[in-house]
Ligand binder design. Structure first.
Ligand code: PGA
Length: 240
């Protein structure tokens, strides 16, 4: 099996620094090859100081300007200064709940790229539909979101919105097809090969269905990344 990239998206969890510390220490102890933790902003400095060859840190969002009067926002330069390796951009929760537009997402991608941070762009259709229709939606997102040049460290996470939530239906065959189409599109439009992850209700019980596809370069894990037994099981399955 090809080696897989694992990105743990904690979202707005855990609720306290103490719990975050316990979870971080557990993951650091069990990490077998490079994996990425994306904690809330307030924990970035603390955890990036403890990054090592097996553990990288990513942010869950960024703002496009370098500095200035943007209350509540954080720049890519600040992330870099905090020792952050990557940044999730355009997660569906931000697209849907915070109404982030493709124009904004493109600017954010340009900002992180400029500062050398690895962008992890999230795309995915909202409702369950055929591969044909889902690809038309995802392709539209790629056309609108991607800047003219893609950095070598860029990742895309295909996350069908109907699978996000930790306990939702997943479809490995459908996802593998869309991921293949994303890769073909990037090769054709940008002349590049980039890593494409799958995200949406991945857990210890269903990961094997996805692991059989070499097309899938890794996983963006939300809910299961907060549960110790799930994390160690996922790490073991990926490394076997
Ligand atoms: P989930 O979230 O694993 O809880 O479905 C994945 C994500 O939103 O990145």
């Amino acid at each position: 099996m090809k080696s897989k990239i694992l990105v743990l998206n904690w979202k707005m969890n855990p609720a306290s620094e103490k719990e975050a510390e316990t979870l971080f220490s557990f993951i650091k102890k069990h990490a077998k090859r490079p994996l990425v933790i994306a904690p809330p902003f307030v924990y970035l400095y603390k955890f990036s100081a403890r990054r090592d060859s097996k553990l990288k840190i990513a942010a869950q969002d960024v703002f496009y300007a370098d500095k200035g009067a943007f209350t509540g926002e954080v720049s890519a330069g600040m992330l870099k200064d905090a020792g952050v390796w990557g940044c999730i951009v355009g997660h569906s929760e931000r697209r849907v709940i915070l109404k982030e537009s493709d124009i904004l997402i493109k600017k954010k991608l340009q900002a992180v790229t400029k500062d050398g941070i690895a962008p992890i762009l999230c795309v995915g259709e909202r409702e369950k539909e055929s591969v044909y229709k889902a690809w038309a939606y995802v392709r539209g997102q790629l056309e609108k979101d991607l800047p003219e040049k893609l950095p070598g460290n860029m990742l895309i996470a295909y996350e069908p919105v109907w699978s996000i939530g930790g306990d939702k239906e997943t479809d490995a065959n459908h996802s593998e097809k869309i991921i293949g189409l994303i890769k073909k599109y990037i090769k054709k439009e940008f002349g590049k090969k980039i890593g494409v992850l799958y995200g949406g209700s991945i857990n210890c019980g269903n990961i094997a269905q996805f692991l059989k596809f070499d097309t899938i370069d890794g996983f963006l894990v939300g809910s299961a990344s907060l549960r110790k037994e799930e994390i160690s099981c996922i790490i073991n399955k990926i490394n076997n």
